[in-house]
Ligand binder design. Structure first.
Ligand code: C2O
Ligand code: CU
Length: 466
């Protein structure tokens, strides 16, 4: 029944948390909330590529013992309280943002805006109830190019007791690392790349491993959850060796599951698949990235045991989440133009300015991570419907993420299939789209590009819901 990788079993590292069958692992802990899950941000040494050990990798550990691998997959339950205590074992301030969870503003993890910085040695208690089931993730919102780039990105699974049962589940945290000789970290970005598509890593990993292999039951239905937590890379997902159906995107079930052919997803986004494993033991299925001219393997699934002989049509639909639909007859329209900008002197920020301004929303380049002196993009009234008229006036794709609220892509000049409600749209070059939402969550909610270099060089802003 379980889909545990052989390498993982051998290593016995925290990576085991990434991959286990339903009902196991951290779910027992979160069900007993609100006893808080300890998340200690800390430095470790880790072997990420083939060229030595990387020092000062950042991760979260859950106990008193030092962490040994990637941030744990956190399991929560839809509609049930969850609590975590962030302890800062780093040498700089940090916070945790719960990407995609529609929770109260005070728990959103944006320093200066929703909470104070958590300084080294200090802690902060998060407590909230996730309203939606699906795949989400967590990361700091402070000096993020470095903190996320050096390891602080983890996956969240919000379970729904009404979910159909699969034969196995595999969770994949997809990201790169910028490493040089001997495995040392390289500078996190190059300005000329930040002004274009972003600076890429040098080592590509799934669950902090290069091309991991996971066992999954022969002939079984496997739920695969992938989260793109890299600071830059856009993936084009495909499979070889088995058919797969897309069942959820960015934390909401698709209305009608469709076969996975090639699917683009960018930083911040998630994809959930159901795969039907081949019947013959030892047969492999490859999950690959097909973007660009040389496709590469993300991870391999290997059929194990006697065939369960399942039929992909046995799959039951996932229950919907309670996302409100905008009332288009009364919705106010808000234009949002995403552009390049002339260089300005960046405003000082104690939380990780990159020292450049390349991008703007409605002509305003955001000055780093501090609030002032920028006004909200717009003030929204609690409970009202809005349509964001987004226009990408650049030749680059931008994964635009909105905190605290989910929106639906109503139309677009670049797509025929529209996804379910989401928190992140991968805005394609020259795309114009309309996004419908109900402002049903009070507070200040960031809207930014999730290519972190773009976010940090101007492509960021916020809405105030009051
Ligand atoms: Cu995933 Cu403002 O972030
Ligand atoms: Cu961008």
């Amino acid at each position: 029944m379980s889909a545990i990788s052989r390498r993982t079993l051998l290593k016995g590292s925290a990576v085991t948390a990434a991959c286990f069958s339903l009902g196991a692992g951290l779910s027992a802990r979160s069900r007993a909330a609100p006893s808080p899950l300890l998340l200690k941000a800390q430095f470790i040494d880790a072997r990420l590529g083939n060229d030595g050990v990387t020092r000062k990798v950042m991760t979260y550990g859950t106990g008193d013992a030092a962490a040994t691998g990637m941030p744990p997959v956190i399991r929560m339950r839809k509609g049930e309280p969850f609590a975590a205590r962030l302890l800062n074992g780093l040498d700089e301030p940090t916070t945790i943002h719960w990407h995609g969870l529609r929770i109260v503003n005070a728990m959103d993890g944006v320093p200066e805006m929703t909470q104070p910085y958590v300084y080294p040695g200090d802690s902060f208690d998060y407590a909230f109830t996730p309203p939606d089931a699906g795949t989400f993730w967590y990361h700091p919102h402070c000096n993020t190019l470095t903190q996320m780039g050096h390891g602080l990105t983890g996956v969240i699974v919000v379970e729904d007791p009404a979910d159909p049962v699969f034969d196995a589940e595999i969770v994949i945290n997809l990201r790169d690392w910028r490493l040089g000789n001997g495995g040392a970290f390289l500078a996190p970005f190059k300005p000329r790349d930040a002004a274009r598509g972003g600076t890429y890593g040098t080592i590509r990993t799934a669950n902090w491993q290069q091309e991991p292999v996971y066992d999954a039951p022969s002939g079984g239905l496997v739920r695969v959850r992938l989260a793109a937590t890299d600071v830059t890379r856009i993936y084009t997902l495909g499979t070889e060796g088995a058919a797969a159906m897309v069942i959820a995107l960015d934390g909401n079930p698709v209305e009608t599951p469709f076969p996975l052919d090639r699917l683009d997803f960018g930083p911040g986004q998630r994809v959930e698949l159901v795969l039907r494993m081949p019947d013959a033991e030892g047969t492999v299925v490859r999950l690959g990235n097909f973007r660009g001219s040389s496709p590469w393997t993300i991870a391999t699934l290997r059929a194990a045991g006697a065939s369960l002989k399942r039929d992909i049509r046995d799959m039951k639909p996932l229950p919907a989440n309670p996302v409100l639909e905008a009332d288009l007859s009364v919705a106010e329209r808000i234009p949002l133009d995403f552009t390049a900008t002339a260089e300005h002197a960046p405003a000082p920020s104690i939380c990780g300015t990159l020292g450049y301004t390349f991008w703007a929303i409605n002509k305003v380049p955001w000055p780093g991570d501090t609030l002032d002196p920028v006004a909200p993009l717009s003030e929204l009234k609690l409970g009202r419907s809005y349509v964001l008229q987004v226009r990408n006036r650049t030749p680059h794709a931008h994964p635009i993420h909105l905190h605290g609220l989910s929106f639906r892509i109503l139309n677009s000049n670049k797509r025929t299939i529209l996804p379910p409600p989401t928190d992140t749209i991968l805005l394609l070059p020259d795309e114009q789209a309309e996004l419908g939402l109900v402002a049903d969550n009070l507070g200040d909610w960031l809207l930014h590009c999730h290519v972190i270099e773009h976010q940090k060089t101007g492509m960021s802003g916020y809405f105030r819901v009051a």
